[in-house]
Design a protein around this ligand. Structure first.
Ligand code: KG4
Ligand code: ZN
Length: 346
């Protein structure tokens, strides 16, 4: 029954969690507000903020769990993918703790951890399950055969769905990260008010660049067209007035289109694989429209559906801890010469 301290620092959240025998005892997250004024994550500033936050965040995670560092059986960290400077802070901190205490080090893949967030709490999906992993950097459909064997069967060929949310929000003048704000405004809007075009992709892959462009032209035309032809017919004042008047309907319509497309591809994957245990994971799985659509699809298609609690959807260290728990059991430890990677295959 390993006691694990896990660190997550791949993007703009500095996070630490403690798990004991796969149960989460603490889960601490420091969000970096500094990026808001720049409309996106600035890598250099992220690394510096991780340096500031990592000691208090780890101390707080230990304090909340009632655990002292010397009791910890293994130190886990996010090794890949992510911003390289940000990853280095967490990796180096975990290495130093492992070295100082003589305990093993465990390297965790961030996207695998998002999938395994579904194993943190009851009810847990049975293997094999399908997972739609949707975040700011990824959109994937994964078959999870076991905690050690996952297979990507579909992914985006351009933007991630989180980017589609965030870029739409930016065009609407909302601050970064805009996904949660679109979600909030959408709750007061009509999802059928505007008909944004649904992407056409073969197989189980995704594409989101078309929707993003359609939103751009739609706003530039003050709602008169979704296409290039009549673009820039509206003045800045007309555009601003149109957004102000229709914000909730625009958010609801874009969200509806994105969610409908995600569920359509997930249905194809369920039909092709015959798997009926269906999960979502990643930051966008916090979206209330997607959570509701998954439940509805489950009821219509006879799926058992699973959604992690909100705090385990967006970046967190509890998901790193649960993944490390399984790696500990398998004896899958990292050497002290391991280095983080901005990108990596599973
Ligand atoms: O998994 P995550 O925290 O970080 C990455 O690994 O990328 O995902 C962040 C993404 C952002 O694009 C953010 O806007 C989106 O998740 N997001 C949401 C919601 N909450 C977070 N998108 C739509 N609705 C939400 N409620
Ligand atoms: Zn993530």
């Amino acid at each position: 029954m390993p006691l694990i301290l896990a660190i997550e620092s791949s993007c703009d959240e500095t996070a630490a969690a403690i798990s004991k025998n796969g149960n989460i005892l603490s889960n601490v997250i420091a969000t970096q507000a500094i990026h808001q004024q720049y409309g996106g994550v600035v890598p250099e500033l992220a690394s510096r903020a991780h340096m500031q936050h990592i000691v208090p965040v780890v101390a707080d995670a230990c304090h909340k769990a009632g655990v002292e560092l010397k009791e910890v059986d293994a130190f886990a960290f996010t090794q890949s993918p992510g911003l390289i400077g940000a990853l280095m802070v967490g990796a180096q901190f975990a290495k130093s703790l492992a070295m100082a205490t003589g305990k093993p080090l465990i390297a965790v893949h961030h996207m695998q951890a998002h999938v395994l967030a579904n194993l943190i709490e009851e009810p847990r999906p049975a293997f094999p399950f399908l997972c739609l992993t949707v975040s700011g950097g990824h959109t994937q459909i994964v078959v999870c055969h076991s905690p050690y064997h996952m297979e990507v069967i579909g992914e985006t060929i351009d933007d991630a769905v989180g980017e589609a949310f965030d870029k739409t929000a930016k065009l609407l003048g909302l601050p970064y990260p805009g996904g949660p704000l679109i979600d909030r405004h959408a709750q007061n809007g009509n999802p059928k008010a505007f008909q944004f075009p649904e992407p056409k992709t073969d197989g189980l892959n995704f594409s989101f660049s078309g929707i993003k462009t359609a939103v751009l032209y739609f706003l530039s035309n003050a709602g008169k067209s979704y296409t290039f032809k009549e673009q820039f017919t509206a003045t800045e004042e007309e555009k601003a007035a149109f957004i102000e008047q229709h914000l909730a309907d625009i958010c609801a319509s874009v969200q509806h289109r994105l969610v409908h497309y995600l569920i359509k591809q997930l249905k194809k994957a369920a039909d092709q694989t015959g798997i009926r245990e269906i999960c979502i994971a990643g930051g966008v799985s916090a979206n209330s429209g997607l959570r509701k659509a998954l439940q509805d699809a489950g009821a219509s298609y006879g799926w058992n559906t699973y959604t992690p609690a909100f705090q385990y959807c967006t970046d967190n260290a509890a998901m790193i801890a649960i993944t490390a728990h399984y790696k500990y059991i398998a004896g899958d430890f990292a050497g002290m010469d391991i280095t983080p990677a901005a990108r990596s295959q599973w």
